[in-house]
Write a protein of this length. Structure first.
Length: 115
């Protein structure tokens, strides 16, 4: 239980750090947020928990393919915020991103890539 709590605390600290840095500098916040911190932590926690390099490699490959539809949110959000409020734009960009995930998974399956 202590190990689980430690994982939550370390992960939370990194998220808060990015948020606080972003308040002072959107450039530095963007740099820190663009580093795949969640993925890196997932690799570390998965390897520490399982010692299974194949699982880490499979996770990495899956993340690679699924980053592509996630990028749509970053393109759509600023455009949508010009036409609607922040929360509405965020909600619409998230819904569209989820649709892009389904499309990507469908297309990957069609070409024989299993995630």
């Amino acid at each position: 239980m202590l190990y689980y709590a430690l994982k939550v605390i370390i992960s939370s600290i990194l998220i808060v750090l990015v948020s606080e840095v972003s308040k002072r500098s959107t450039f530095l916040g963007s740099v820190f947020a663009s580093v795949p911190l969640v993925s890196i932590l997932a690799f570390i926690w998965l390897y520490v928990d399982t010692k299974d390099k194949l699982k880490v490699a499979e996770l990495s490959r899956g993340i690679f393919w699924l980053v592509i539809p996630s990028l749509s949110m970053f393109l759509l959000l600023p455009v949508l915020m010009k036409k609607m409020g922040f929360y509405a734009a965020l909600a619409v960009s998230i819904v569209l991103m989820v649709l892009f995930y389904f499309v990507m998974i469908f297309l990957l399956d069609k070409i024989g890539i299993k995630i």
